[in-house]
Design a protein around this ligand. Structure first.
Ligand code: HEM
Length: 401
């Protein structure tokens, strides 16, 4: 069958607005193959749910792997200096997944998250204090990156001075999963190995001298997991837990500028939680992630061979009118809102969702209150160049200082 859908998520018009094409796909070819990415893209809500709920057929090994070709030998040599088999919770199947997830559940408790609320407020407030008098700023650089990064750093017990390095290494890890020129891949591999060493050494410190931070709690609860197996957890939390919140903050503001009613709701601490949830549905910071089929399987009328790479498109599922009426319009009061899949579903459901929700419900009303008449500046925003993500890398705004 020829593919009717020309999926090119990095082309400027699709990057800006991928939704008309995804709507066409849901109608005409709900599961389609994108040869240049070697991906079967799943666009309807029901099919996305089927994939997420059947982890035996749709393996998560390689869930982050968005490149099609193998890494060059030099990158493998660099990775061999670290822990090439370090398991990352998002990227492994049961039974190892259950052991690691169990560890995270024991250490990353609701109490630990709830205790962060005053700190999230304080950190957000201090960041805004740093630029409120300026009247104009790139909100991504000044706020949307540093907030979730600092919050996670504090929870894990990472000294503040180390955060910029971790941010860079986190980018290396994500970029290593993508198609890049060879020399860049070697340098991204170096960044990942540095990050692995950083966390292995931080956990070993806590083995010698227990500490009451999240890394200390992970070591205390580790049972028979080895230190490198545990080290994948803070590494994953650090990366999964800040880029996504960064994107959500930027997308919430851009939507608020375009939709006055949504803006009012985001500015009101009482109504902000639902409004933020509607932003996540509409703009899904992780537009899609990946799976690999373990057997031949039929999905959405197509026959997928064993070993096929699949992209579960949360962003498309979240605008499927079979589930969400008038899906492109922000309506935080909609009945089906709690069905959105921006945090996934099934065994890999986002373990950081309570923290992300806390950060958004604190940060968004605070920004809109403390920066009066906040608005888009004349400088055009820049989108993030990652094809399975949706967010901004630069969003310049102005306000009445
Ligand atoms: C708005 C913010 C966020 C969004 C949209 C988001 C989205 C997601 C999605 C879609 C998944 C499922 C992955 C899959 O099925 O392959 C996931 C998993 C995960 N998320 Fe989040 N996330 C957010 C914030 C966070 C935060 C703040 C943390 C940590 C502090 C976090 C940590 C994780 C981890 C560790 C997993 C893997 C869980 C597993 O595999 O069992 N996320 N997230």
């Amino acid at each position: 069958m020829t593919e009717a859908i020309h999926f090119d998520p990095l082309a400027p018009e699709q990057r800006e607005d991928p939704f008309p094409l995804l709507e066409l796909a849901r109608r005409e070819q709900p599961v389609f193959y994108a040869p240049h990415l070697d991906l079967w893209v799943v666009t309807r809500y029901d099919d996305v749910l089927k994939v997420l709920k059947d982890h035996r057929t749709f393996s998560s090994a390689g869930a982050l792997l968005s490149r099609k070709s193998a890494l060059p030998a030099q990158a493998h040599e660099v990775l061999a200096e670290g822990w090439p088999d370090m398991p990352y919770i998002i990227d492994v199947d049961p039974p190892l997944h259950d052991r690691i997830r169990g560890l995270v559940v024991r250490a990353f408790t609701p109490r630990r998250v709830a205790e962060m609320e005053p700190r999230v407020e304080a950190i957000a407030g201090e960041l805004i204090d740093g630029f409120a008098h300026e009247g104009r700023a790139d909100l991504i650089e000044r706020f949307a990156w540093p907030l979730p990064l600092s919050v996670l750093g504090e929870m894990l017990g990472i000294p503040h001075v180390d955060l910029p390095r971790l941010h860079e290494w986190g980018q290396d890890w994500l970029l290593l999963q993508q198609e890049r020129p060879t020399d860049e891949q070697v340098s991204h591999a170096r960044g990942l190995v540095e990050m692995q060493r950083y966390f292995v050494s931080a956990l070993e410190d806590r083995a010698r001298e227990p500490r009451d931070d999240l890394m200390g709690a992970l070591m205390a609860a580790r049972e028979d997991l080895t230190v490198p197996e545990v080290a994948g957890v803070p590494l994953d939390l650090m990366v999964a837990g800040h880029v996504t919140v960064t994107r959500a903050i930027g997308s919430a503001l851009a939507l608020a500028f375009a939709h006055p009613e949504l803006r009012e709701q985001l500015a009101d601490p009482e109504r902000a939680p639902l409004a933020a949830e509607e932003v996540l549905r509409l703009e899904s910071p992780a537009q899609g992630l990946f799976r690999r089929t373990t057997r031949d399987v039929e999905l959405g009328g197509r026959a997928l061979p064993a070993g096929a790479r699949v992209m579960v498109h949360f962003g498309s599922a979240n605008r499927d009118d079979a589930v969400f009426d008038d899906p492109d319009t922000p309506r935080p009061q909609r009945d089906a809102l709690n069905k959105h899949l921006a945090f996934g579903k099934g065994i890999h459901f986002c373990i950081g969702a309570p923290l992300a929700r806390l950060e958004l419900r604190v940060a968004l009303p605070m920004l809109l209150e403390r920066l009066p008449n906040l608005r888009a500046a004349d400088e055009p925003p820049q989108r993030e160049p990652i094809f399975f993500a949706r967010g901004f890398r630069k969003l310049v705004v102005e306000w009445d200082a």
